[in-house]
Design a protein around this ligand. Structure first.
Ligand SMILES: NC(=O)c1ccc[n+]([C@@H]2O[C@H](COP(=O)([O-])OP(=O)(O)OC[C@H]3O[C@@H](n4cnc5c(N)ncnc54)[C@H](O)[C@@H]3O)[C@@H](O)[C@H]2O)c1
Length: 293
């Protein structure tokens, strides 16, 4: 038995939260949009409007659809503003302590039947669920980046997730026109379990001087027919997120093959997080991205 989700809360107005708010609003779901930073929230609304306008110019949606979707996204400065939602999706920074703190402050202000989901790329759903007061109404809904364009959503149950929660989440994803792949609750699930070690290996390849940024990305685009090179993709995901996922794989599976590349650690320590900070393996400050090594 699925509950129809009419109103969702989104916590985190970064790349992923913006995309989730965008696709839900376009599908007719009311969105309450929260971030710790008022500036990020304002910037996210502009970004969503720009992305909706691009869809209008391509003829994918009408201008009336765009305006209606934007109107459905209401800023929610406090967690209390999310209290009446049917589902709250957490899409904040990939850090277990940050997420646990959000759940501990969020749950007391939610109505008892509200479901809670996390968009985490790697962290145990069962462990995050245990930090809430409603593990049976908790689930992993892992959207891919960029959300409006990517077809797949991984759905991950924690050990306590009830069928009703799973069915309701699946019905929402169907309504968004996306495809579900069900994953067991293992570190980094399926897509990132496979993708991130490849990206980490590309960074080792750079670190060991086997090839330059441009050579590695060109090799994988033209030699493996990937739509973008692994270093370009790492910048797109966010190098902090890539490092967090590798750390979860390394610690969660206790296997040295997942050791994060020291060069990735160094970039994150420098605050070079990829596109979102205008510098990662490429420098994005000019008209065209420039490889940095
Ligand atoms: N980037 C990707 O390709 C990708 C893909 C799938 C899933 N994810 C997951 O989605 C989540 C978000 O990733 P992102 O790329 O959007 O990160 P991001 O850095 O772009 O955005 C994170 C946002 O969370 C906000 N935030 C931090 N602490 C908060 C708090 N206590 N309350 C409210 N907001 C808070 C930040 O201000 C920021 O706006 C992570 O769990 C990540 O693993 C990322």
């Amino acid at each position: 038995m699925a509950t129809e989700i009419r109103k969702i809360g989104v916590i985190g107005a970064g790349q992923m939260g913006s995309g989730i708010a965008h696709v839900c609003a376009l599908a007719g779901v009311d969105v309450r949009f929260n971030d710790i930073s008022a500036d990020r929230l304002a910037a996210a609304r502009e970004l969503i409007d720009g992305n909706l306008r691009r869809q209008v110019s391509k003829g994918a949606i009408s201008d009336a659809d765009r305006a209606a979707a934007l109107e459905r996204i209401v800023t929610a400065p406090t967690y209390a503003d999310l209290g009446a939602c049917d589902l709250v999706i957490e899409a904040a920074t990939e850090d277990e302590q940050v997420k646990r703190k959000i759940f501990s402050e969020l749950c007391p202000v939610l109505k008892p039947e509200t479901m809670v989901a996390t968009n985490t790329s790697s962290i145990s759903i069962t462990r995050l669920a245990a930090s809430t007061d409603r593990p049976e109404r908790f689930i992993g809904i892992h959207f891919m980046n960029p959300v409006p364009l990517m077809q797949l959503v991984e759905l991950i149950r924690g050990i306590a997730t009830e069928d009703e929660t799973f069915d309701s989440a699946r019905a929402l994803i169907d309504r968004l026109g996306k495809t579900v792949a069900v994953s067991e609750d293992f570190p980094a699930f399926m897509v990132n379990r496979i993708l991130l070690p490849m990206i980490n290996e590309a960074i080792y390849t750079l670190y060991e001087g086997v090839g330059s940024v441009d050579a590695i990305d060109t090799a994988m685009r033209l030699g493996a027919n990937h739509p973008m090179g692994p270093l370009q993709l790492a910048d797109f995901i966010g190098l902090d997120t890539c490092l967090s996922i590798m750390q979860v794989l390394y610690e969660g599976l206790a296997d040295s093959k997942y050791r994060p590349c020291p060069l990735l650690v160094k970039y994150v320590e420098a605050g070079w997080l990829g596109r979102k900070t205008q510098r990662g393996f490429y420098d994005y400050r000019g008209a065209e991205p420039v490889p940095t090594r």
